[in-house]
Structure formats: C-alpha cells, structure tokens
Write a protein that binds this ligand. Structure first.
Ligand SMILES: Cc1ncc(COP(=O)(O)O)c(C=O)c1O
Length: 345
C-alpha cells in the first residue's frame, strides 16, 4: 500500500531501482554523432522485438507519432484515423502544423477503424480531391479505455490501405499492454503496419522516451525530421538505459496492472451512482461514469482529500489508470473511498 494512491496516469510511474542503477552506469556517447552505444542497444532491441529493420529513440510518443507522420506523407496529403485517437485529439495538431497534412477523422464504434471504413475513407484519384497519404491505428486505445485490437483485425485494416498503396502507422504507446492482455507476441501487432511508435515511459515505467520502428529507409527519414524538431540528443544513453531495463523486466508484469484494473472496475460496478462498461476494461485503463450532476469533479475532490488521485475526462467521466506504483491494497482503499463518497450522495 502506498501513502498516496495515484491513478491519474501510468506516465506517473517512478523509475525502478534497477533503472536508476543502469542509468548511473550507462555507457554513453554523442548520439547525434551515432556514438551512443546504449541508445543503439535499445533501438536494436526494440526493432528486434517488433520484427522491424530499425528503431529510433525519441523524446516522447507525441514526437514519435509526429515524425512518423512527416516521414510517411507528403505535404497536402490526408491522414485517415479514428475520431477519438490520441494523434487527432491530444498531439496539438502537430501533423497539420508541422507535417502539413490534413486529418480525416472517422467515427468508430470502439476506437478501431474497420476495413470497410478505411475503404470508404480512401480518396479515389480525382483532381479535386486530396490524396490519402497514411492510415493511423492506435492500440491499445486510450480514449476508449485501453481496449485492444487483435492482430487479425489490424491485418484486415492494413490490407485495405496497402491494396491502395497507402501505408499504415501504429500509435502503439501501450502496445505491450495489448500483447500481454491478448497473450500474443508484440511482433504480431506490428507485422501488418509499416511503422510504429511505442512508449517506454508509460506502464513500462522508464522516466523518458519512446521508440519508433520501421524499415531502415523510413528510420533514416525519421532521423532527419527528429533533428529538424530539435530532437537530436547527445549523451542520451543515460535515459535509454532505463528503456532497456523497461523492455527486459517490465513487460510481463503488466498483467498485474490489468488484474488490478479489472478488480477496480468490478468494484466500481457494484457501487451506487457509478457505472462502468466492464467489457471495455481489457488492460490498465478504467473509464467510468458518475451519475450525478457535477459528479466527476466532486469525486475527484473527495478522493483527493483521502489521498486517492484520479482524473476527470469529462463532466461525468473519470479515467483511472493502474501501473506498477499501484498495488492490490491500493485498489481496495480506492474502492472504500469511492464507496464512502457515493454513499453520502
Ligand atoms: C495512445 C497514446 N499515444 C500517444 C501518447 C503520447 O505520448 P507522450 O505523452 O509520450 O507524448 C499517449 C500519451 O498518453 C497515448 O496515450
């Protein structure tokens, strides 16, 4: 049990003692000069795990997605993606501002584009129309509560894009959560796509960073864009070292986070004034509704006063994210606190 239960995000995870140790001992060099062996090791390890030719360490998931978008498209092209996707909603319209692409958001049922939706969204050749440059997928899906797309679903969607000569990028910020939840090899999710970004800084608990993976040619272009946005870093092995520990030691334990999220969701489902779609709780995110005017804010404030931090994502919606700094006792405490607050309403 922790003195404060912080369920606001898995980005709040503290680095493990093994990460701090690895960071202190990391062999480093100037990575812009391609002399940082620790960074190279992380990149090679990530590419190998995801069955891609090459990887590139970047500052964040947002940067990895932006650079991938820039490398996979030409200015003026259109990017097909889900309306609730992170890229469309939470990445400051970087694709529009810096990549000069137009977004084509499509409303989906579960956050996942279907092959039919992609077929409909692809632009036919016509002088009046924008050209479709890229299709983006997100797995797990943040705004839909950490839901997972299966490798088969991804393959079917990617096939439609590829038939039309359009590439596919995966925002796999929490890709390893999907792999653990569905008990599949992470490379099965990346085989159908041309590029992927995943984060070591979320449930995998490293302090900083994401890795972009794809073909050698693509990574060469991503590297140029990374330099352009000032993302070329120097002795950055000090943080890449934690990413290596994350990939080596923090993947399998994501199952614990998923079990804790499930107990939290099941407990919430039993409480008055709170409701949750249990089918959507597949990984480490629990989105639930508060059935009372101003309820989300009241629950956030009430819980904070009892040392439980949660995050409102709407007037009636709360998002809780489990991670390695939250244990089963913390979930019990959270449910007690929620129960106490809602019983007074
Ligand atoms: C699905 C998804 N993609 C991308 C990102 C962006 O990652 P970062 O915060 O490292 O920029 C996030 C962050 O929460 C995310 O949930």
């Amino acid at each position: 049990m922790h003195p404060v239960v912080d369920l606001r995000s898995d980005t709040l995870t503290q680095p493990t003692p093994a990460m701090r140790e690895a960071m202190a001992r990391a062999e480093v060099g100037d990575d812009v000069w391609e002399e940082d062996l620790t960074v190279k090791r992380l990149e090679a390890m990530a590419a190998e795990r995801l069955g891609k030719e090459a990887g590139l360490f970047v500052t964040s998931g947002t940067q990895g997605n932006l650079l991938s978008l820039c490398a996979q498209t030409q200015p003026g092209q259109e990017v097909v993606l889900d309306l609730d996707s992170h890229i469309f909603n939470y990445e400051v319209a970087g694709g529009a501002r810096l990549g000069n692409v137009q977004m084509r958001p499509v409303k989906t049922a579960r956050g996942f584009l279907t092959p039919e939706q992609v077929r409909e969204a692809l632009r036919p050749a016509n002088i009046h129309l924008p050209q479709t440059g890229l299709v983006c997928l997100e797995n797990t899906h943040n705004r839909h509560g950490g839901t997972c797309m299966t490798p088969e679903e991804m393959t079917a969607v990617a096939a439609v894009a590829h038939e039309a000569g359009v590439r596919v990028h995966l925002d796999g910020a929490r890709l390893f959560n999907a792999a653990i939840a569905l008990k599949r090899d992470p490379a099965e999710f990346t085989r159908p796509v041309d590029s992927v970004t995943f984060c070591v800084s979320k449930g995998l608990s490293a302090p900083v960073g994401s890795v972009v993976c794809g073909s050698k040619e693509f990574i060469g272009q991503v590297k140029r864009f990374r330099k352009m946005v000032g993302g070329g870093m120097r002795q950055v092995g000090v943080i890449a070292a934690a990413g290596i520990v994350a990939l080596e030691t923090m993947v399998d334990r994501l199952a614990e986070d998923h079990a804790n999220a499930r107990s939290l969701a099941e407990g919430i489902a039993r409480l008055p004034k709170l409701s949750v779609d249990l089918a959507s709780v597949q990984t480490n995110i629990v989105i639930f509704q508060v059935e009372r005017p101003g309820g989300a804010e009241a629950l956030v404030k009430g819980a904070a006063a009892r040392q439980v931090k949660i995050h409102a994502i709407g007037p009636a919606a709360i998002r809780c994210v489990t991670h390695k700094d939250v244990d089963a006792d913390d979930i019990t405490k959270t449910l007690e606190v929620f129960g106490d607050i809602t019983s007074r309403w």
